[in-house]
Ligand binder design. Structure first.
Ligand SMILES: Nc1nc2c(ncn2[C@@H]2O[C@H](COP(=O)(O)OP(=O)(O)O)[C@@H](O)[C@H]2O)c(=O)[nH]1
Ligand SMILES: [Mg+2]
Ligand SMILES: [Zn+2]
Length: 318
């Protein structure tokens, strides 16, 4: 490295990436930067590449362009398992974002029907990285359209997640109910929005962001499914200290780095019981005798639906 290729270094935040270029926010300006050759040589896999949300050190080139020299240590890294099946059928890792403070699970009260098992996948992803969870239930205006039975079941589930320690909010862009509270919960944090297509992520952002300028496609009236309007992650600044990353509706969200031995730790209600099974920490809580977790399910102190989610996520590794 010679002196005239580096004039100075500065720090920036990766806010986007395309094939070989990274969009980096440096002192309020977006620069499209390449990796410095010294860093490029160290990249062995996807995890080594700069991810959205990464803090990076940049050098200024003689032509005024920045180059990414280094990635600073990450507070958190949200990944998913992408089942490509391309060559070996081996699952590969796909990085979603780095340095996230909270994962916002966006689920519609109705249309599309709320799948609670999906929520458990999100909470596990967050727990694995010790990131806060905010459960954001959109389209609260549709709650009245649910049957009495559905409403009661819904309230019961909400109560359960609050008891588990998760923040849970209802909101509607139609009535604007709950919007101020959502805004408040996003303040001062970097939030990653996860939710399947059509749940109302873009609509919510259009209400929350100072300058939306983005269109929301109408739900396909025939299928009731939202069309994919966003294809890549979007870094959206609410204010100086508050960032929201919008994801395109991710269909597959395989867990990464949560092995069968660690999944129980990602269920807060299981944590106090770990080590109390007959096989201690070796128990997977499936069919083993003397399992404290299964006993808790039978006696009602662990919700059976949550336990079902646990078993389903466990299945993915077999
Ligand atoms: N009734 C109702 N419909 C909503 C609400 N928010 C969004 N929608 C509708 O849900 C559909 C999908 O919204 P969109 O924001 O594109 O969802 P995304 O795919 O998660 O970004 C659109 O037709 C929206 O008009 C809401 O609060 N209430
Ligand atoms: Mg969207
Ligand atoms: Zn057990």
């Amino acid at each position: 490295m010679t002196m005239n290729t580096h004039t100075s270094t500065c720090q920036g935040t990766v806010i986007g990436k395309s094939k070989a270029l990274f969009a980096v926010m440096v002192a309020g300006q977006i620069s499209h930067s390449q990796l410095a050759p010294t860093l490029a040589r160290l990249i062995k896999n996807e995890l080594d590449l700069p991810a959205i949300g990464d803090q990076v050190l940049l050098s200024t080139q003689s032509d005024g362009q920045y180059r990414i020299e280094n990635i600073l240590a990450r507070r958190s890294l949200i990944c998913r398992r992408a089942v490509t099946g391309k060559d070996t059928g081996q699952p590969s890792v796909q990085v979603i974002a780095a340095n996230i403070d909270q994962l916002v699970a966006v689920m519609a009260t109705s249309q599309p029907e709320l799948k609670w098992a999906m929520l458990d996948r999100y909470t596990v992803m967050a727990e694995a990285q010790q990131i806060d969870v905010l459960i954001c239930l959109t389209k609260s205006d549709l709650f009245e359209q649910l049957s009495c039975h559905e409403q009661a079941a819904f309230q019961h589930r909400c109560h359960l997640y609050r008891q588990l320690g998760y923040r849970l909010l209802f909101c509607s862009v139609q009535t604007l109910a709950g919007i101020a509270e959502v805004q408040h919960q996003l303040q001062g944090r970097t939030s990653l929005l996860l939710g399947k297509s059509g749940v109302g992520k873009t609509s919510l952002l259009n209400v929350l962001l100072p300058h939306p300028g983005r269109k929301v496609a109408a739900v396909n009236q025939v299928t009731g499914k939202g069309r994919h309007t966003t294809t890549a992650l979007q870094w959206l600044t609410i204010d100086e200290n508050s960032v929201v990353i919008d994801t395109p509706g991710t269909r597959e969200l395989g867990l990464w780095e949560v092995t069968t031995d660690e999944l129980d730790v990602c269920f807060p209600e299981m944590r106090p019981l770990l080590g109390q099974c007959k096989f201690r920490l070796g128990c997977h809580h499936i069919e083993e005798p003397g399992c404290a977790i299964r006993k808790a399910v039978v006696t009602g102190s662990i919700d059976p639906y949550r336990y079902q989610s646990y078993l389903k996520l466990m299945e993915e590794w077999r």
